[in-house]
Design a protein around this ligand. Structure first.
Ligand code: HMG
Ligand code: MG
Length: 298
């Protein structure tokens, strides 16, 4: 049986915007996040505290954090790659920090300029300090279903890095199809293998929709009992250090599918569309989600 309720974690303001060339004004980001906060979402990843040279779009993370209207009941999270990022994040009173690394060596190196082995002690320290400060920590694992540089990633390697992240004490682990290459059968096989070694209680799925397979992959994950999914409104998004990575699974398409199937999300679809229209107007291009295509034609 499929779950009755699904938690959607909105990553548009971070994963969505980080790949957009058009620079969005801080005030517009804040207005957009405030709109997202009104939709019934329970989780918003609002920015990242990474090097501004690597991700110029998100260099205003601090101003965004201090300007958004915090809604009780919403977890506001930000991505941090290291100690320096954590310190900046802590100055803003985030609720949760997200650490990230890749299952494949080359993507890890291209994305955060470290080998996998070099990354463990850095992230271990970040988790320890974040926990001391009373924050929850999310872990992202990238290239779970394929790497833009190495191709297929052995499942045992995925499980090994997952275990390291869980052992560090992350509260949740989000498994990323960074470049949107996963197919439903592969998701089925991968989750079957992972389930043998890890509990699903802490697992979320993070699909990109590069090849249009994200919703199909969600359905397979639901059948495995996964109840937390990352998505970005309108299908914004990508990873600038993964060639060919395009938008995330669209929050609006996911909400539509789940509601049609009688699965609750707590999200108001109409308000979600309004927030997608808002950021679309600021980006000056039409967003790729199916819901937005219907909406743009009306
Ligand atoms: P590095 O150059 O190796 O850093 O970059 P470093 O430690 O050698 O320091 C070099 C300089 O950077 C120093 O400054 C540091 O202070 C500064 P200098 O002394 O030269 O003036 N620095 C920082 N500045 C601001 N914020 C920081 C920070 N850290 C050091 N946090 C680093 C390493 C990790 C910083 C860099 O590679 C980086 O910023 N990478 C970010 C890449 C990124 O954001 N990628 C996208 C997010 S991941 C993703 O999208 C995947 C995901 O969605 C899941 C999926 O889809 O699979 C999560
Ligand atoms: Mg991503």
């Amino acid at each position: 049986a499929l779950p009755k309720h699904v938690t959607i974690k909105e990553v548009g303001p971070r994963d969505g915007l980080q790949n957009e060339k058009v620079e969005i004004d801080t005030a517009d980001k804040v207005a957009w996040i405030n709109q997202l906060s009104e939709t019934g979402l329970s989780y918003i990843e609002f920015s990242s505290f990474v090097h501004p040279k690597w991700i110029p779009q998100l260099k205003d993370a601090k101003q965004v954090a201090s300007s958004i209207k915090r809604h009780p009941g919403i977890t506001y999270a930000a991505l941090v790659p290291n100690q320096k990022g954590l310190e900046a994040a802590l100055e803003t009173d985030v609720d949760e920090v997200s650490i990230f690394m890749s299952a494949s060596e080359t993507h890890n190196k291209k994305n955060i300029n470290k080998s996998i082995e070099e990354t463990y002690p850095i992230l271990t320290q970040v988790v320890e300090e974040a926990k001391q400060e009373g924050k929850t920590v999310r872990g992202y694992l990238s290239t779970v279903f394929g790497c833009p540089y190495e191709g297929a990633v052995p499942i045992q390697q995925v499980i090994e890095v997952s275990i390291r992240l869980l052992d560090m004490g992350v509260d949740e682990l989000s498994l990323g199809d960074t470049i949107g290459v996963a197919n439903p059968l592969q998701v089925d096989r991968t989750l079957t293998e992972i389930r043998k070694q890890l509990s699903f209680d802490q697992i979320a799925m993070h699909f990109h929709n590069t090849r249009g397979m994200a919703l199909a992959n969600v359905l397979v994950s639901l059948e495995h009992g996964i109840t937390t999914f990352d998505a970005s409104v309108g299908g914004l998004g990508g990873c600038p250090y993964a060639k060919g990575a395009s938008g995330n699974l669209a929050t609006d398409d996911l909400v539509h599918m789940l509601h049609e199937m009688g699965i609750e999300t707590g999200i108001n679809a109409e308000q979600l569309t309004q927030s997608a229209l808002y950021i679309q107007s600021k980006l000056g291009k039409s967003l790729p989600s199916h819901q937005m295509q219907v909406c743009n034609k009306e």
